[in-house]
Design a protein around this ligand. Structure first.
Ligand SMILES: [Zn+2]
Length: 126
């Protein structure tokens, strides 16, 4: 018995709250939000480099970010479907010197190989 009276009281409180809120909203020029079904929202689509579409609902007065992390693959997603933001490089960061060293060692390696092959050919040719 007690259990039943409590929800009734709560319901009455909620109804009263709606009535108050409704009168406030009704004062606005549109009067459409009277039902209290959420403030106006914009659903902004974002696309990532993998062409996943993500629609994010923002309040109409909220600042929409330029990028949104794709919830499916984690890549940054932008609002331009044709030009989604490029995927960030997954390679570990290398310094410029590291790149130079890499290139040089490759070149050195090629030169050494060439030299070795030349020697080998000379030996065989002789
Ligand atoms: Zn994605």
């Amino acid at each position: 018995m007690i259990c039943r009276t409590i929800p009734e009281k709560q319901g009455a409180l909620v109804a009263g709250g709606n009535a108050i809120r409704g009168s406030r909203v009704g004062a606005g020029p549109m009067g459409e939000a009277e039902r209290g079904e959420a403030a106006p929202r914009n659903r902004i689509p974002f696309w990532c480099a993998n062409r996943h579409e993500t629609r994010v609902a923002f309040a109409s007065d909220a600042d929409v970010p330029e990028l949104w992390d794709c919830p499916r693959c984690g890549l940054p997603a932008g609002q331009d479907q044709q030009n989604p933001p490029p995927a960030p490089r997954t390679e570990p960061y290398k310094t410029h010197l590291a790149y130079v060293r890499e290139r040089r060692s490759d070149a050195d390696g090629d030169a050494l190989l060439e030299e070795a092959l030349t020697r080998l050919h000379r030996r065989r040719g002789a």
